[in-house]
Design a binder for this molecule. Structure first.
Ligand code: IPE
Ligand code: IPE
Ligand code: MG
Length: 252
């Protein structure tokens, strides 16, 4: 078997990759199955990609697993997704520890069913001393929710005189987001041919490179991850500067 990571420059890895795992429902329906069959098979891709990132030495991987808006799906599908989350967390603990993966979660976790919340907290607790990849699950997450919560906290601090107006900087705002302890993602991957952010990490992705693929999430494998990273490594990130300035900086 050829080495899936042979084209990747290990010295130019993104530190943080964010993924919108999309296309589970279509994957199942194309085969005449119920949508949940797609979600179940999506778990295999999560395992592959988390292992792939751990193997490469990527430090953070954030996966969009359930959005605030996803609560509006049919009750059957929401219930099935929540129980899938519980069984997956239970089933994957050993693999997480074996791969030194530390689990985190962002989003309105209190809105999850109690069983999910408990299982999640337990898995986070049981992996907290792992020193490898940080795997961050976005659950009941949306940027509108996250930014609204941050604004409320900052407004309260201002009202109580704990902070002054000129202390409200972009850094302070970042520190009030759920992602405060993680760097911003450099690369955002969305599967299934959809070209939108769907309320995902709007603030944190301000300067990320976007990679879109037609591959449906349950088909996404390490070689697809490698293609996305390879594509990212061949882009020029200018951060407002000119191409000439970037070239000059690189020869310094
Ligand atoms: C992504 O797959 C998983 C979740 C949103 C939970 P979808 O369920 O959105 O699949 P499609 O987009 O309908 O194919
Ligand atoms: C975004 O996917 C949320 C997750 C992947 C969890 P959706 O499939 O729900 O996004 P929209 O609603 O089609 O934009
Ligand atoms: Mg979708």
């Amino acid at each position: 078997m050829t080495d899936w990571k042979k084209d990747i420059d290990l010295n130019k890895l993104p530190k943080h990759i964010a993924v919108i795992m999309d296309g589970n429902g279509r994957w199942a329906q194309q085969q005449g199955h119920l949508r949940i069959f797609g979600h179940e098979n999506g778990v295999k891709s999560v395992r592959e990609i988390a292992e792939g990132c751990a193997e490469l030495g990527v430090e953070y991987l954030t996966l969009y697993a359930f959005s605030t808006e996803n609560w509006n799906r049919p009750k059957d599908e929401v219930d099935a997704l929540m129980s899938l989350l519980v069984t997956t967390l239970k089933g994957e603990l050993e693999t997480l520890n074996k791969n030194k993966i530390r689990l985190h979660a962002i989003g309105n976790l209190k809105s999850l069913p109690e069983k999910c919340h408990e299982e999640l907290s337990e898995t986070i607790e049981k992996t907290k001393t792992n020193s490898g990849l940080n795997l961050i699950l976005a659950l009941s997450y949306s940027s509108y929710w996250e930014i609204t919560e941050a604004v409320k906290k900052i407004a309260t601090d201002y009202k109580n005189n704990t902070i002054q107006l000129d202390e409200i900087t972009s850094d302070l705002i970042s520190k009030h987001l759920n992602t405060a302890s993680f760097p911003n993602p450099e690369l955002m991957i969305r599967t299934s041919g959809e070209h939108r952010l769907s309320n995902y990490l709007l603030w944190q992705l301000a300067y990320a490179e976007f990679y879109f693929t037609e591959v449906l999430w349950p088909d996404f494998r390490k070689n697809h991850l490698a293609e996305a990273i390879y594509d990212y490594q061949n882009r020029e990130r200018r951060f407002g500067k000119t191409s000439e300035q970037i070239a000059a900086e690189q020869t310094q």
